[in-house]
Design a protein around this ligand. Structure first.
Ligand code: FAD
Ligand code: NAI
Length: 464
């Protein structure tokens, strides 16, 4: 029976990163994973496959709408769905086998199978019980059922994101329940592939929690792309046959009942922690009412020697948040000072244009009664964006009115998911809007729009 310093349960972005960092810090480490491949939700059925399909469908859109404008004459593009799925699967494989390579390189043992914790200091996989000084639970999350509605997921006609990433054919009509990140990313994929997409959302706006101005503009852009929205609607039930489904919802404003027919219904109303089979109840590990494993500021549960990270604990369900916690927890176990700054975790929606956000929204600053200023710059004033037909959207920078310290940034536009990191770094260093504005930005880049927004917090943008 092997004796480990650390056994990590789950090889998603939280778990595999934690395992690699533990090994790098000199700890004898194993990682238990029940799936056939490493990488968790993110690499197998989440971030990576969805980005592959977003890329392929965006490329189709470019070919259909922009090639001719640039003098590129090609035959009308056709979609070979089987090949598109094969491309997506290849991308997944490249990434998951990459983690296998990293495990070997860093001498992390992969214990194949589903793990449980019979007692603190022990992890059982199959019939084998391993001894370990520390355990990190990184068991991730699963799709939540649609709240308050009668819906049975079959992953063929009524699907979660997992089914939506591997549909046997491109549906003619799709109803998406939930206008959050999954609904809008995958809704965009199918819209670009020719599906009629209607998004039904409980609230009166999309992407709850985002800056209000971004929500409104994002909704406008998505509508312009042909996605349809029913807002303020509570889904009651989904009735499905083997090939069709009917979604019944009530409008919250007048309680009137309506229905929509679809070939596929995508349920995307959030995810919940997955901790089944770990034996946490018997161990007495404290959980929140929402099923999250409770941890302190050092990712320790109430049971000594058991840590938890990623989607299984509190906080945004994002791969990079899980990764950062994985590194930090490893450092804590190795006697170092692991740290995650939860105030500076970016969020990105990989639609076209992308949406990216970090720090406070204008609504949050108002609620806090904090005096702030806003610097905004539209991508229409950015030469590079216009040249590549991506002049839609804007950068919105929020800074403290007195000190000029950057408090948040919200971007819709080309490369928003990359641009946001300039502001993440600025916020980590406590920079002012003027610090960003006085930093030379190469021309012509999308990044100049961030600088112009920072200039707009002071004496004014140049190109607006
Ligand atoms: P997971 O990635 O869920 O990994 C947990 C792993 O633990 C799984 O492989 C599971 O099999 C394993 N496991 C669980 N229990 C056991 C057990 N008892 N024994 C052995 N193994 C076990 N986030 C982003 O930041 N960017 C994105 O673009 C993005 N896109 C997404 C798209 C979709 C469609 C979805 C569904 C999610 C997306 N996410 C994205 C969210 C992201 O996938 C998660 O936040 C991230 O995967 C969480 O990492 P984790 O390590 O906590 O858990
Ligand atoms: P979400 O929390 O982003 O959005 C769920 C939406 O469903 C909300 O708008 C909510 O108001 C709505 N809703 C809830 N109940 C409803 C009902 N009964 N009827 C209609 N609408 C209802 O959840 P989503 O999109 O499922 O994503 C889950 C998680 O995965 C997110 O927390 C996200 O962090 C992560 N993710 C991240 C991505 C990224 O970073 N690009 C991509 C995809 C997922």
């Amino acid at each position: 029976m092997a004796q480990y310093d650390v056994i990590v349960i789950g090889a998603g972005p939280g778990g595999y990163v934690a395992a690699i960092r533990c090994a790098q810090l000199g700890l004898k480490t194993a990682c238990v994973e029940g799936r056939e491949t490493l990488g968790g939700t993110c690499l197998n059925v989440g971030c990576i496959p969805s980005k592959a399909l977003l890329h392929a469908s965006h490329s189709l859109h470019e070919a259909e709408h922009n090639f001719e404008k640039m003098g590129l004459k090609v035959a009308a593009p056709k979609v070979d769905w089987k090949q598109m799925l094969a491309y997506k699967d290849d991308v997944i494989k490249g990434n998951t086998t990459g983690i296998e390579f990293l495990f070997k390189k860093n001498k992390v043992d992969w214990l194949k199978g589903w793990g449980s914790i019979p007692a603190a200091g022990k992890v059982q996989v199959g019939d084998t019980v391993y001894e370990t000084k520390n355990i990190i639970i990184a068991s991730g999350s699963e799709a939540s059922p649609v709240p308050g509605a009668d819906v049975t997921v079959d992953e063929t006609v009524v699907v979660t994101s997992t089914g939506a990433l591997a549909l046997p054919k491109i549906p003619k009509k799709m109803v998406v329940i939930g206008a959050g990140v999954i609904g809008l990313e995958l809704g965009s994929v199918y819209k670009r592939l020719g599906t009629e997409v209607t998004v039904v959302e409980f609230l009166d706006n999309i992407t709850p929690g985002m800056d209000g101005e971004i929500q409104k503009n994002f909704l406008k852009l998505l509508k312009k792309q042909g996605l349809e929205f029913v807002l303020g609607a509570a889904v009651q039930k989904v009735e499905a046959t083997k090939t069709k489904a009917k979604v019944t919802y009530k409008l919250r404003k007048d309680d009137s009942e309506h229905s929509l027919d679809a070939d596929v219904v995508l349920c995307a109303t959030g995810r919940r922690p997955y901790t089944d089979g770990l034996g946490l109840e018997a161990l007495g590990v404290e959980m929140s009412p929402r099923g999250q494993i409770k941890t302190n500021g050092h990712w320790q549960t109430n049971v000594p020697g058991i840590y938890a990270i990623g989607d299984a604990i509190d906080g945004p369900m994002l791969a990079h948040k899980a990764e950062d916690e994985g590194m930090a927890a490893a450092e804590v176990i190795a006697g170092k000072h692991g740290h995650v700054n939860y105030d500076v975790i970016p969020g990105v929606i990989y639609t076209a244009p992308e949406v990216a956000t970090v720090g406070k929204t204008e609504e949050q600053l108002k609620a806090e009664g904090r005096a702030y200023k806003v610097g905004k710059f539209p991508f229409m004033g950015n030469a590079r964006a216009k040249a590549v037909f991506q002049g839609e959207g804007f950068v919105k920078l929020l800074a403290d009115k007195e000190t000029d310290r950057v408090l948040g940034c919200h971007i819709i536009g080309p490369g928003a998911g990359d641009l946001i990191h300039e502001i993440c770094v600025a916020m980590e260093f406590g920079a002012s809007a003027q610090d960003v504005a006085l930093t030379c930005h190469a021309h012509p880049t999308f990044s100049e729009a961030v600088r112009e927004a920072a200039l707009a917090c002071g004496d004014g943008a140049i190109h607006a």
